[in-house]
Design a protein around this ligand. Structure first.
Ligand code: MG
Length: 357
């Protein structure tokens, strides 16, 4: 039955009131997230495309939710003028569910975004990790990249830099970047393990297989080759004393790669700049944290000092190849671990904490 002119007017009035309410809600959804982001983080953080993509996704869901809500009200109003007020129409139910669904999805995406900002390093831009493509970059490229990421005028402040590097390590950025490179190397090892002749991989030790973080942070990123290491966690901590104590922890993603490679019958060689004099402690440390059944640990001859670690690491890889192995992957945290060839693929792990020429 058709409604009276008054019914018609009432329906239009309800529709307009609901629209007004919807616009208010939409404003909250559209502007509140942006306001929240501005509050918890400086604008420099928004240069990260991954976060911007999440922000746009969340906002898109909210906008869709508003549109679906508008259509839902339209379907209700469509029956209101004839007096039936049928809110159980299929169209009403469908668009109502769509509105609720997109709203919940938007809320979840926005929650993820907010958590990312909350746990991000305090200086906005994270310290960039070096990837495999950076293997040929200048030796101090990581330090230069860190400097460039600070938006302050004048020279980089050492205290700020220390805080940034510590946050990069402690808030997951370091492990994330490390794991990304290890995952890539693992894919290649899996791909080549069965087709290469006597496949082998070469691993560096420090900041590749073993982590010196406890010593590094105790020394405030400074380097003390000699002296005791008996004031941890405050430091200072002499490097040789630390290595003799065999206290390093495993670099977890590298240990996972190690085990995958072993399961595929890939032979493992460690090639390290550690002095031959600390072989026993180094091997004890490796075994203690889970690296077992390697083929050989090749160390720097005692007292031998060269301009670059590559001066003895490259010949070490050549000697492995001369013994009949195919080095399918060479993995290290310093460009000097990788330059000079003698490996099918080289994988550079992030290490903005120190540089070994
Ligand atoms: Mg290293």
């Amino acid at each position: 039955m058709a409604g009276t002119p008054d019914d018609h007017k009432e329906a239009c009035k309800t529709f307009l009131d609901q629209t007004k309410q919807l616009i208010t809600l939409a404003s909250a959804f559209l502007f509140a997230p942006a306001g929240f982001v501005a509050l918890v983080k400086d604008t420099a953080a928004l240069q990260h495309t991954d976060k911007i993509a999440l922000f746009i996704a969340a906002e898109s869901c909210f906008i869709l939710s508003v549109i679906f809500g508008y259509v839902t009200m339209g379907t209700i109003a469509g029956t209101q003028h004839d007096g039936s007020n049928d809110v159980y129409r299929a169209a009403t139910r469908g668009f109502s569910l769509a509105q609720f669904g997109t709203y919940v999805i938007g809320l979840v995406v926005f929650g993820v975004l907010a958590l990312q900002f909350w746990f991000a390093p305090q200086h906005g831009a994270p310290v960039p990790g070096l990837d495999a493509e950076s293997a040929n970059a200048p030796a101090n490229s990581a330090a230069l990249a860190v400097s460039a990421s600070l938006a302050l005028p004048g020279p980089v402040n050492l205290g700020d830099l220390e805080a940034q590097l510590t946050a990069y390590h402690d808030f997951g950025g370091y492990e994330r970047d490390l794991r990304a490179v290890i995952d890539e190397s693992e894919q290649y090892v899996k791909q080549r393990a069965n087709s290469a002749h006597r496949p082998a991989i070469v691993l560096d030790i420090d900041e590749t297989a073993l982590s010196n973080w406890e010593r590094i942070v105790a020394n405030h990123f400074a380097y003390f080759p000699d002296g005791p290491c008996d004031h941890l966690p405050q430091g200072p901590c002499g490097e040789l004393a630390w290595e003799r104590a065999a206290r390093d922890s495993a670099v977890a993603p590298t240990l996972e790669l190690f085990n995958v490679a072993r399961a595929l019958n890939v032979t493992i060689f460690f090639v390290t700049g550690r002095d031959e004099a600390i072989r026993q402690a180094t091997e004890v440390n490796l075994k203690r944290v889970g690296f077992t059944n390697w083929q050989q640990v090749i160390m720097r001859p005692t007292g031998k000092s060269t301009g670059s670690a590559a001066d003895y690491k490259t010949p070490a890889r050549k000697s492995i190849e001369d013994a009949g192995y195919t080095i399918i992957a060479n993995i290290g945290d310093q460009p000097s671990d990788l330059v000079g060839g003698h490996a099918e693929r080289a994988f550079l792990l992030p290490d903005p904490f120190y540089r070994i020429p």
